[in-house]
Design a protein around this ligand. Sequence first.
Ligand code: MG
Ligand code: MG
Length: 269
Amino acid sequence: MIYYKTSEEIELIRQNCLLVSKTLALVASLIKPGVTGEYLDKKAEEFILDHGAKPGFKGYNDFPATLCISPNECVVHGIPAKKEFVDGDIVSVDCGVYHNDFYGDAAFTFALGEISSEVFDLLVATNTSLYKGIEMAKVGARIGDIGWAIQDYTEKTLGYGVVRELIGHGLGRNLHEKPEVPNYGRRGKGIKLKQGLVIAIEPMVNLGTKAVMTAQDGWTIVTKDKLQSAHFEHTIAVTKDGPDILSNHSFIFDEIKNNSEIVDISIKK
Ligand code: MG
Ligand code: MG
């Protein structure tokens, strides 16, 4: 069943999503070539605990870390590693927190140093598609409208591969609730969106094939052709005034502007 949230519950989720956004902003201030995923994970966990919340992913289905860190061909669910990032890496960082009986969830893909223009374009397109999906999340629209908007732009218009096996989700007292929010679909299909619905929208878009597989560690999802994949996520609430974005990537962009070793995808190349 779908749990629709009261405005008070939405505010609790917003607080959690803001903490997630600030944790990702901390990551934005620290990430650069030579840094490891393990280091970022430790800093993120300390930051979340210092704010009186708990990491939302650690222990969830036995996931071992606070952040999912998924570089390059890794799509999502990467385990923070000891390997140092290098110039040219793109790194998806996904973060969740749990506080006041609710979760918060958001993700961002960082680009380190010199990246190719085709990878830059992939990041910009995936981030843009997130907002194309969010725009559709209005009372009376259908869940398929969101996926359609993301797929139409990234796959039909730009020729990228939209991952089918992993999708967005409802969020509240559980990290993953009904409904499923695919990044592909047909207009006018699926459940009707009602006030109080809280969902995480998270396009995962591949430079090449849409096909993915699970890596040896049993967690990390990787592209079959080993080409790069990008991932951006917001948690949003459906309200009578339109979609209300509960997470806030502007904290991340503010830190990116101060970190000369990563690429600002908000500035045209
Ligand atoms: Mg997430
Ligand atoms: Mg999510």
